[in-house]
Structure formats: C-alpha cells, structure tokens
Design a protein around this ligand. Structure first.
Ligand code: DGL
Length: 272
C-alpha cells in the first residue's frame, strides 16, 4: 500500500463492513470534492458480536496506524457498535478530529407523537451504557422498544453484494415493532440499516418515520473542515475514493458494482 498523496483532505470513514457506505453517501452529497478513504475492518466483522475488550484492543492499535498512514482531515467512526464503546479512546489516542456515529435518540424523541420509539441496532449497541445514557438523557419519558439484530446487518451486506434480500427474515426480525401499533418512529441505529431502508419501511409500513444519523454526520464533517480551513474548493477535480479491507475477502468482485457506483475504484486489502 502506498502513502496517500492527498492528505490532509482525506475523510477517513470506518466501519466493520459496508455499513459506513450509508455515511459515505451523505458525505459525498455534502462534500463531493473530498476524497474518502474507507476502512472496512472485516477482520473483526461483525462488530455487534465482538466483546468490549476485543473492540477496545483493536481500536488502540488500529486507529493510530490509520491516522499515521492516511493523515485524514477528519475520522468518522461510521459504526454505532464501535462509537458507543471506543469513541473516547480513539479521541485520546489520535490527533485528528473524530466524529462518532451513535443512535439518533434525541431527534427521534423530538419528533415522536406517541412517545413510542423503536431502536434497531446491533446487540452490542442496544445494551451499551452510552446508548442507555442517551435514552435517559433525551427520551426518559418515552418508551423504547429495542431490537438488537445481526440478521439485518447481514441482509444489508447481502444486498450490496448483489444477493437477494430475504424479506421474511426482515419481517420476523421486526416483529416486536410491527406488533406495537403505537410506535410511530424507528431509529436506524446501525449504519448498515439505511442501506436496506426501503425494505425496512416495506416491512413496517409507510406510517413509521425512520430516522438515521447520516445527514447530521455529514454536516458535522463539513463544519469541522470549514472551521479548520481544510475544506477543498467546490470546483476541485472529482476525487478518487479508496476502499480498504483489513483482511482477505473473497467477495470483492460481488461488491465491486456497489463500490464503483459510489466512486470507489481503488479496492485494496490493507495489512492493518
Ligand atoms: N455498521 C455497524 C454499526 O453501525 C455494525 C455492524 C456489525 O459489524 O455488527 O453498528
């Protein structure tokens, strides 16, 4: 792997798999002139099933190495399962500004009419102290139905790899929300889920308001870049994005079309 020549305008987007592409989509809308270096830590995928110790240990070695190598203008931890655990640690061991993606509890609490909210996330995220603290801070008067789901994560992976979505599985997974007609707002608390937003909406029905953090994260990145004078002019040449897996992956050709349509033409296996 070669050192980036585009520093410091790189935006580093990190996830366990392809979920962070939902954040990359928002970032490319807001900052189309900035190159993205995307790290998919498939070595430890799925993060939702890893122990806290394993994720913390991984963060301690990985993030300083990524920062040295890619010299990002901003790091986005585009993974709720990671951010709700490692955000403070990553901020302490890196110098770049770090944005964490966490479940949009406050926006959901602000818009619900019934006070009944669904939270879709990984098993890790729904039980983390960070998430529970967000709920007590912003939604203590509301009732939250939490679903921790690996199935939805793997359905999103399937979709972007060009495989058919299993709608029955999605419906089964969402049964506790489908069965509670008072729920009017559902938080997509895993970055994989906006990639199957339509399928989730189909299962829940059109009356349910789905909320995710993507747009707010892209706005935050734009704000950080503009206040640090690192925002590239809008008329800069179209950037080339890079997608890096941390371990061998025999599914790369399946995923390539979804990456190409998003401007990721360099796809590498890094030795991180
Ligand atoms: N996309 C990740 C998140 O936002 C996690 C998926 C996984 O690896 O379990 O939580």
């Amino acid at each position: 792997m070669t050192n980036s020549t585009r520093a410091p305008s790189n935006i580093l987007i990190f996830d366990s798999g392809i979920g962070g592409l939902s954040i990359a989509d928002e970032v490319t809308q807001a900052l189309p002139q900035h190159p993205i270096v995307y790290i998919a830590d498939n070595r430890l995928y799925p993060y939702g099933r890893q122990s806290d110790d394993a994720l913390l240990a991984r963060a301690k070695t990985l993030f300083p190495a990524l920062e040295r190598h890619y010299q990002p203008a901003v790091i986005i931890i585009a993974c709720n399962s990671a951010s709700t655990l490692i955000l403070d640690e990553v901020r302490a061991i890196t110098r770049s500004p770090v944005i964490g993606v966490v479940p949009a509890i406050k926006p959901a609490a602000d818009i619900t009419q019934t006070g009944q909210i669904g939270l879709l996330a990984t098993k890790g995220t729904i039980s983390r102290k960070y998430t529970l603290d967000l709920i007590s801070e912003f939604a203590s008067l509301h009732e939250i139905t939490k679903i921790g789901s690996d199935v939805l994560v793997s359905q999103a992976e399937r979709k972007l790899h060009g495989y058919a979505i299993e709608e029955m599985l999605i419906e089964q997974e969402l049964a506790p929300i489908i069965g509670n007609t008072a729920i009017d707002t559902v938080i997509l608390g895993c970055t994989h889920f906006p990639l199957i937003k339509q399928e989730i909406q189909n299962a829940l029905g059109n009356k349910i308001h789905l909320i995710d953090s993507g747009e707010a994260i892209a706005r935050r990145a734009a704000h950080i870049l503009s206040t640090s004078n690192q925002q590239l002019p809008l008329n800069s040449p179209l950037p080339a994005h890079t997608f890096i897996f941390t371990a061998e992956n025999n599914q790369v050709t399946k995923l390539a079309p979804a990456l190409h349509t998003r401007g990721f033409f360099t796809i590498e296996i890094g030795n991180h």
